[in-house]
Design a protein around this ligand. Structure first.
Ligand SMILES: Cc1ncc(COP(=O)(O)O)c(C=O)c1O
Length: 379
């Protein structure tokens, strides 16, 4: 059996029904701009905000690196605030830092769909005339109660390809203080070969999830064709790669992504992810260490996170069995000045797939393999 880390693309996703009625947030937001990747939105937003040398942005010390690189590339300076071992902002430390530095902007990441105390942060920002940006790269379709994450801040960013079967897509939403130049950016189209290549990969992920050996053989073939095309100079535009690359920020989302997005059934995506999370929780919840176990109303989980002593070895062992776990974020990317808790998360969080393409026998399979492996907890 094979379980892909991301949802695969099926014919039905591309050519399925295209009118599903009202689209959920952020797709129904009035002011939104779609980029190849979310970094494009972050970079252009911070450039438009035009930070002066003394002004600062508060950013969490547990981050992917790519969002902070985009903020820096746009000319803004960051001060890191600490994230606790349960993915939550340490609000006492946050308030202290806030009083000391009075930042011009606060950048909040909602990890894996769990909402941060965003109402309290939004109040603090309004009282201090501070710009609030919500990073929902890992929290598309998640709500705090009934209100979508991303709708609390002045601006929000989403990474569409992490939750949906699309070849690319990052979205910048402007809820307040709209800057019209951000709605009319001249973005270049994403190279067609890159879009076609990523669509092929996603289609093969879907195929391999059903027919492991055929999918695997076709996947290797696709990879060798991709390598040949790149060495022949065909333009490439990676997604999911955390390295900073300024060339990606001026690329638009592809028409294929736009087509797929218009035809998806979002409530069943959220329900399936929640059901898979609960199913895996029932099977292994009391046998593994987790950063947090709750599944609050409205949350759309991105992955099922577990804490393991040796994340690389555990990921490799699971991969050998056919379960693609994601190392979140690599322990090689440890920026300076991060707290012991953020260091702990980098060292030990491993994510198990529970996306909408995973069926219940695959959840059983993941559970069996994790229990068989019985990974050592971090402490
Ligand atoms: C929290 C967070 N923000 C922003 C990004 C950037 O997303 P993209 O790869 O679409 O540029 C990522 C990427 O992993 C992320 O994890």
């Amino acid at each position: 059996m094979y379980v892909s880390p991301w949802p695969g693309l099926t014919i039905g996703d591309v050519f399925g029904k295209s009118e599903i009625g009202k689209m959920p947030y952020p797709f129904d937001a009035t002011s939104r701009t779609a980029f190849h990747v979310a970094r494009g939105g972050i970079f252009h937003l911070f450039r438009a905000l035009a930070f002066r040398p003394k002004e600062t942005v508060f950013a969490p010390d547990y981050h992917s690196g790519s969002e902070v690189a985009a903020i820096h590339a746009a000319g803004a300076r960051t001060i890191l605030y600490p994230i606790a071992r349960n993915f939550e902002i340490d609000m006492d430390a946050f308030r202290c830092l806030f009083k000391r530095h009075t930042p011009r902007a606060v950048y909040v990441i909602h990890y894996l769909g769990w909402p941060q105390p965003i109402e309290e942060i939004a109040r603090l920002c309004i009282e201090n005339e501070c710009v609030l940006i919500e990073d929902c790269a890992l929290a598309l379709l998640s709500c705090l109660g009934k209100r979508p994450l991303g709708s609390f801040g002045d601006y929000s960013v989403f990474c569409l390809y992490k939750t949906l079967p699309v070849p690319n897509g990052g979205m910048l939403v402007q809820n307040r203080h709209r800057m019209y130049n951000l709605l009319n950016l001249r973005l270049d189209p994403c190279p067609p070969a890159a879009v076609a290549g990523r669509c092929a990969e996603l289609a093969l992920e879907a195929l391999r999830s059903r027919f492991d050996l055929t999918g695997k053989a076709l996947f290797s073939l696709k990879q060798s064709i991709g390598r040949r095309m790149r060495s022949a100079g065909v333009k490439h535009a990676p997604v999911g790669n955390l390295a900073w690359n300024i060339n990606l920020v001026n690329l638009a989302m592809s028409p294929v992504s736009d087509r797929v997005i218009k035809g998806l059934d979002y409530s069943s995506i959220r329900e399936k992810r929640r059901a898979n999370f609960e199913h895996l929780q029932q099977r292994i919840g009391d046998r593994v260490c987790m950063p947090r176990r709750d599944l609050p109303e409205g949350m759309c989980p991105l992955f099922f996170p577990v804490l393991v002593r040796d994340k690389r070895a555990t990921a490799q062992a699971l991969r050998r069995k056919g379960v693609e776990a994601v190392e979140f974020w690599s322990d090689r990317q440890k920026p300076a000045g991060i707290s012991p808790d953020a260091m702990f998360l980098r060292d030990h969080v491993l994510e198990l797939p529970i996306h909408q393409g995973v069926n219940s026998s695959q959840i059983e399979f993941i559970a069996d393999e994790v229990l068989r492996l019985n990974p050592e907890p971090p402490c």
